[in-house]
Ligand binder design. Sequence first.
Ligand SMILES: Cc1cc2nc3c(=O)[nH]c(=O)nc-3n(C[C@H](O)[C@H](O)[C@H](O)COP(=O)(O)O)c2cc1C
Length: 191
Amino acid sequence: MLTLQALLTRHSTPTRQLAAPGPGDAQLLAMLQTAVHVPDHGKRVPFRFLRIAGDARQRLADAAEARLRVLEPATGDAVMEKLRIRFTLPPVTIAVIAKLGDDEKIPASERFSSACCVAFQLLLAAQAEGFGAQWLTGWPAHDRGFLEHTLGLTSDEQLVGTIAIGTATLAVPERERPQAGALLADWPPTP
Ligand SMILES: Cc1cc2nc3c(=O)[nH]c(=O)nc-3n(C[C@H](O)[C@H](O)[C@H](O)COP(=O)(O)O)c2cc1C
């Protein structure tokens, strides 16, 4: 049963606080099945996933480090370590990819929105299964070299983000949230 109270407990877990165990194969597939249960204008299914787990985590960290050394040769050790940890600490990372080729009817922005819903729903699914998770982007989500040569995206695809999933090692303190009432106005505005 979907309740507001349950949805209000949603929160991310910082990737540095994620550890093994992660979901098993069947459990991960069930979470991904939940994640694709999203609004999708025109039923285009404008998304796909990549799983990074096991030894692939180290390999991706190595590739990301090598790419950042090319992009920003002066990058310090702390930044580099943070980058590596992003891929090596979580037992599993799911890259959510938006497929945005030409479409006569549905604008790319709408298809990207659908793919963003997938990423968000995956966060919810992870939490529902008792895991912590975090949506990350940063330069790896925007550098075409990394996206196409390392992750294997086509030129029509964008990385919505990587979703790090694992067992939370600490309780995450709740952060201040916007007050919806302050964001709400009626239309037409009262003169
Ligand atoms: C599109 C998107 C990209 C994000 N990228 C990063 C990121 O690269 N690094 C980061 O620390 N947080 C990033 N965040 C924020 C975290 O995913 C998360 O929202 C934050 O830790 C606050 O937790 P909360 O979801 O409980 O509010 C991103 C969020 C979104 C929606």
